[in-house]
Design a protein around this ligand. Structure first.
Ligand code: TPP
Ligand code: MG
Length: 720
């Protein structure tokens, strides 16, 4: 393909004869020999891995074959440990160029505990290295584009927010964040969401699309209208868009040189679309002969980057046949030695399987988070308490950034400066005034895209910021669920504790609103309790909300902080603001009301309803009922659950979430498994119907559990 450059969507700029036949400008014979050596090494590692895989010595193989030229060209011009890297699984040659060793790669392939990337926890070719600034990659195609943008934005935050400790050591003004992806991956929404933000924030990101024409068996024209991704992105404002033949080292080098210079000069993001080949099928479990014609495969073979580079070295008189043969032998020797050594390396000890789901350093359920609340002062609603907590924490830690839909006071300066305009500060006004206090670099609106919010937060947290983001309604968290389940919650575990992203996601949740309807009433928290690595918090009153949010911010794990919006302004859960150091430990239930005949385990909006029901049971039936507010369901206070089950022998679990697979099911199962002999009645669950929450108030009332339902359950277990 001819090299051409499109800038700002304005026009196709012919790059002139120099780019069409780039020559060797700036590259010495030694540079070219070194590049070829790395390309060869990369290919030989793939060959060896395939051999090991066929012999059952490793368990997965995916190659970087056909992509080597453009990757070595990128790696040579980027700076390991200085720039940041969000590669994908084909980027073997890039990682070699940046300094990863063949042995490190084989350690990953054999699943050794010495694998410096992930300790044997991820497939090979899932690159990660702290010294090289390569955060751990997942297998999800496209998700990492948002991490890359968030990481680049973090550099901008460090450059702009003066109060951040040692910020000058955390960024460079000419830093690049590299993000690479296959052409198939560009069909994912997260790719487009990342381009949106890279352009609006002028983030210093280099997007490299490695277009090998296929996503497994799906050809490019099925993915991309017109089959040309650079044409589609060419109208993004401020994005430098270039194309090159990624099998041609010199063309790749020159195209990337221009793109990298654009970014280092602070002009914004750049996009390079490199066409490459894929000679080894998609992975070891694919065979491209099932869907590629022989003619197509032959044409591809002629464009093999190694063949082309070898020819260049011969044509230019840089190396002879014999010298190249010697180079091949040396590469094979190096690869065999690395593989042999990795095969002998130790495997992970099975006893380590559960390590690093959560931070080993900060335990949010420890006594360190047990604090005494300040009890004087005016009564605050939950909204007021959360707002004050955010203000205090942002004053304490300048690394905290707050963003989401509508969370800023006003994005436009003239609005902000107009007398009498309060600003928006969130649809429930929990973040009101934060932007005025801490500025637009720390508090800002996001596009209307939930994966964008969470994905960027992950990228920022990887680089040491503390994002506290808002998803506007729980019902709209689902576009971000992939980011939560596959990225946020797994980062620490999958990287064997090398990387973490302790983001706090605040989210208004639940119903009881009169008119919330199916899309403003959901409360499916149990789904998140099923994601290992994330903490799930559901406060029931203003004071707990303040203490739990502070713990969420100060802890080292990702936290889903659910704010029952029905409780935001209820007078019954108001309390004095408990002070700027008040924390509540996670996994420590609160006994809201003591009793000895029946216990109700509950949380969130059902706490008050359960207390009311307990009082009724006491007054009308003489039943003594304890109400235990779990406050967090991950971690869950199993000790208090056991203690109160043993004390009362009659258990009700009451929650707003629907019955089937609600978290109550887990509690009931554990009680029956571990405490069966203490029970005098089956555990009774009170929950929503297994339906969406309907709009008409009479329907909502029929669907969501109320205090009458809790009372009926108390009576039924009491008389069993
Ligand atoms: C989100 C997601 N969906 C599906 C897959 C399964 N999958 C792995 S690679 C791949 C094809 C990717 O093609 P492309 O982006 O063109 O990269 P290439 O493998 O061709 O380099 C698919 C569908 C995945 N890993 N992630
Ligand atoms: Mg592809």
């Amino acid at each position: 393909m001819k090299a051409s450059t499109l800038a700002n969507g304005a026009a196709t700029r012919a790059t002139g004869p120099k780019s069409l036949t780039p020559g060797r400008a700036g590259l010495s014979p030694d540079d070219l020999l070194a590049a070829y050596r790395t390309m060869l090494l990369s290919r030989k590692i793939d060959d060896k891995e395939i051999q090991l895989r066929n012999g059952g010595k490793i368990f997965f193989q995916i190659s970087g074959a056909g992509h080597e030229a453009v990757l070595v060209a990128a790696g040579t011009q980027l700076r390991p440990g200085y720039d940041w890297f969000f590669p994908y699984y084909r980027d073997r040659a890039l990682c070699l160029t940046l300094g990863m060793s063949p042995r490190d790669m084989f350690l990953a392939a054999v699943g050794s505990s010495e694998d410096p990337a992930n300790g044997g926890r991820q497939m090979p070719s899932h690159w990660s290295s702290r010294p090289l600034n390569i955060p751990s990659q997942s297998s999800c195609v496209g998700t990492h584009c948002l991490h890359g943008v968030g990481c680049a934005e973090a550099g901008l935050v460090y450059s702009r927010v003066e109060g951040i400790e040692s910020r000058e050591t955390r960024y460079h003004t000419d830093q690049v964040t590299y993000v690479s992806i296959g052409e198939g991956g560009t069909s994912e929404g997260e790719f487009w969401e990342s381009l949106n933000t890279a352009c609006t924030s002028k983030a210093p990101v280099l997007f490299l699309v490695q277009d090998n024409g296929y996503a497994i068996s799906v050809p490019v024209e099925v993915q991309t209208p017109g089959g040309d991704i650079s044409r589609l992105v060419s109208s993004f404002p401020g994005l430098l868009v270039s194309r090159c033949d990624g099998t041609d080292y010199l063309a790749s080098y020159h195209t990337l040189e221009e793109a990298i210079a654009y970014i280092r000069a602070g002009k914004g993001p750049a996009f390079v679309h490199a066409t490459v080949t894929r000679p080894y099928s998609h992975s070891h479990s694919d065979d491209e002969r099932w869907y590629k014609t022989p003619a197509e495969r032959e044409a591809e073979a002629r464009r093999d980057p190694l063949v082309r580079m070898r020819q260049l070295l011969l044509d230019e008189g840089i190396a002879t046949d014999d010298e190249l043969a010697e180079m091949l032998t040396a590469a094979e020797r190096q690869v065999n030695e690395a593989a042999d050594s990795a095969l002998e390396a130790p495997k992970p000890d099975p006893s380590t399987a559960a390590l690093y789901v959560y931070s080993p350093d900060v335990d949010p359920s420890s006594s360190r988070f047990d604090a005494k609340p300040r009890t004087e002062g005016a009564l605050e609603t939950m909204v007021g308490a959360l707002n004050q907590t955010l203000k205090d924490e942002m004053a304490r830690d300048a690394r905290i950034v707050v963003f989401g839909q509508d969370v800023a006071d006003a994005s436009r300066r003239e609005a902000l400066e107009t007398p009498g305009l309060t600003g928006k500060g969130g649809v429930f006004r929990v973040t009101l005034g934060l932007q005025r206090l801490y500025g637009e670099h720390r508090v800002f609106n996001s596009p209307l895209a939930e994966a964008n919010i969470i994905g960027r937060a992950i990228g920022m947290a990887l680089r040491g910021l503390k994002p506290v983001v808002e998803i506007q309604f729980f019902d709209y968290i689902w576009p971000g669920f992939m980011q939560i389940r596959d990225e946020l919650s797994m980062m620490r575990y999958r990287s064997n504790n090398h990387w973490s992203c302790p983001v706090v996601i605040r989210v208004p949740i639940g119903g009881y609103l009169k008119g919330g309807a199916p899309y403003h009433s959901q409360s499916a928290v149990a789904i998140f309790a099923q994601c290992p690595g994330i903490r799930v918090v559901v406060p029931s009153n203003a004071q707990d909300a303040a203490g739990l949010l502070r713990t969420a911010i100060r802890c080292d794990d990702p936290v889903l902080f659910c704010e029952p919006k029905h409780l935001y302004r209820q007078t019954y859960n108001k309390g004095p603001y408990p002070g700027p150091d008040y924390t509540v430990p996670f996994g420590k239930a609160s006994v809201v009301r003591d009793g000895h005949d029946v216990v109700v385990f509950t949380w969130g909006a059902l706490v008050q309803r359960s207390v009311f029901a307990a009082q009724q049971a006491q007054d009308h039936d003489g039943i003594s009922v304890a109400v235990v507010d779990l406050r967090t369901i991950a971690p869950c206070d199993w000790e208090k659950i056991a203690a109160y089950t043993q004390r009362t022998s009659r258990v009700v679990v009451a929650h707003e979430d629907q019955l089937t697979c609600g978290f109550g099911a887990e509690i009931a199962a554990r009680i029956s498994e571990d405490l069966f002999e203490y029970l005098d009645a089956p555990v009774k669950r009170v929950a929503a119907l297994d339906t969406p929450v309907a709009y008409a108030p009479v329907l909502e009332e029929a669907i969501l559990p109320g205090s009458a339902d809790v009372l009926a359950a108390i009576r039924s277990v009491a008389k069993y």
